[in-house]
Design a protein around this ligand. Structure first.
Ligand code: ADP
Length: 417
């Protein structure tokens, strides 16, 4: 019987959540997609990673409710719907429709909406999401290739994705602590509100929000809110320290590959830093003919201990490609190219993979046949090393586009500085 079950709308976000749960004392495993037949190790939390953030709404809803069914069958006492701390979504969804379906399936009437993640610079004030010092709509997320976020008001953004009433638990209530938040949630529930966007500016407030969620069947948010959830089950950091909550993973050695499909500002910088020190092969989305030549160049690069393969590009280049072939075609080309190259590199001996970008990571892992991951040590906040369970035995790091400092790839390879 597990304590917490999570449905994550992308694979790098799922890795971030796993890391948080392990840190807070829950033995955790990440499962990729629908892996019903897979035998899981003895864990307290299962995070099902979907690729549903930008999928058609119907498919996102179906995959999410299927995952929920599985988690409920495993005995999960509480369900967390995990999305990005920058609320990545399109005007249609999928956060609203998926949350609606999960509420229905669980017979719950209210949940919180809490993407805040102060450790990574995401805070929510009066329902407005900030990235560092600027509003979400003024951050680089406004030009994301698939989910451009042009409105920072989450009550309004979610209001466009659901017919159910959305309201706010403002900062001053949150600052009064868990009991005050519980009272406000009760008031909102009685008023027929289904979604309470919750302000949070720092970790103490997030923990208070987590504590206030103890009685909710469904919680929604980023990894930040997950910090406060394990304590509700009577586990916690002390337990983590005492028992060591990481699943034992065998060491895996071998050359490393960094595959980057994220076009975030952070990944663009990370690519530049790594390309200055290692063989770097750029995938041309407009001309996909030279796969064999790309693969040969990448395989030759393994001899240097690490190689970078990337489609990462600045916003103007992404816009040009999208105009030329269409955004969906551009993404599907990137995913199939990087997936194929990953397969050939693993066949050629690569055993450590650093993947940058949520959609990209999911596509690559799927192509490699990876179905579940145990959680190891963190490289940077929200990015742990993970070890695949079953074959092929690989060590992977899954980095959300925006995460990590400029030297993240070099840090992951252990050669920063
Ligand atoms: P992030 O974590 O930054 O959101 P993702 O991998 O989830 O990264 O999303 C980036 C999207 O951009 C993917 O769908 C990817 O296929 C697409 N993409 C990557 N490189 C390019 C490019 N050069 N031109 C157009 N689209 C691209």
């Amino acid at each position: 019987m597990i304590l917490l079950g999570a449905v994550a709308d992308d694979v790098t976000g799922a890795a971030d959540l796993c890391s948080t749960l392990v840190r807070e004392g829950l033995r955790t495993v990440q499962v990729l997609g629908d892996a019903r037949d897979l035998e899981l190790p003895d864990v307290e939390a299962v995070v099902v990673a979907l690729k549903s953030r930008t999928a058609p709404v119907d498919r996102a809803v179906r995959e999410s409710t299927d995952a929920l069914e599985r988690l409920v069958a495993l005995g999960a006492r509480q369900i967390l719907f995990k999305y990005c701390s920058t609320f990545d979504s399109t005007p249609e969804g999928n956060i609203g429709p998926v949350a609606d379906a999960l509420l229905d399936a669980l017979g719950a009437d209210i949940t919180v909406v809490c993407p805040a993640y102060p450790e990574n610079g995401r805070t929510v004030y009066r329902g407005h999401l900030f990235v560092g010092d600027v509003l979400l709509s003024e951050s680089s997320m406004a030009r994301h290739p698939l989910t451009p976020m042009t409105d920072a008001n989450l009550v309004r953004v979610l209001g466009r994705q659901t017919h159910r009433p959305v309201s706010l638990v403002p900062y001053d209530v949150v600052a009064d602590g868990a009991a005050a938040i519980v009272l406000r949630l009760d008031e909102l529930r009685r008023a027929g509100v289904a979604y309470a966007v919750v302000d949070a500016l720092d970790d103490a407030q997030l923990r208070a929000v987590g504590e206030a969620c103890a009685g909710l069947r469904l919680v929604t948010g980023g990894s930040g809110v997950a910090r406060g959830l394990p304590a509700n089950f009577g586990t916690g950091a002390a337990a983590a320290a005492a028992h060591g909550r990481r699943l034992e993973a065998p060491p895996v050695d071998g050359p490393a590959v960094v595959l980057a499909g994220s076009c975030s500002q952070a990944t663009n910088e990370q690519v530049e830093r790594m390309a200055a020190r290692y063989p770097a092969i750029k995938v041309d989305v407009a001309d996909t003919g030279g796969l064999d030549a790309l693969a040969d160049a990448a395989l030759a690069g393994l001899g240097d201990g690490a190689v970078l393969v990337y489609s990462t590009a600045p916003p103007d280049e992404v816009a040009r490609v999208q105009e030329l072939v269409g955004p969906e075609e551009a993404s599907s080309r990137v995913e199939s190219l990087l997936g194929e190259l990953a397969c050939r590199l693993v066949a050629g001996g690569a055993r450590r993979l650093v993947l940058a970008g949520g959609e990209t990571s999911a596509a690559v892992l799927q192509r490699l046949g990876v179905r579940a991951l145990a959680v190891g040590d963190e490289i940077a906040p929200g990015v742990p090393w993970m070890t695949s369970l079953g074959e092929p035995r690989l060590v992977v790091a899954l980095k959300s586009g925006n995460f990590g400092g400029p030297d993240f790839f070099l840090e992951a390879l252990g050669v920063a500085g």
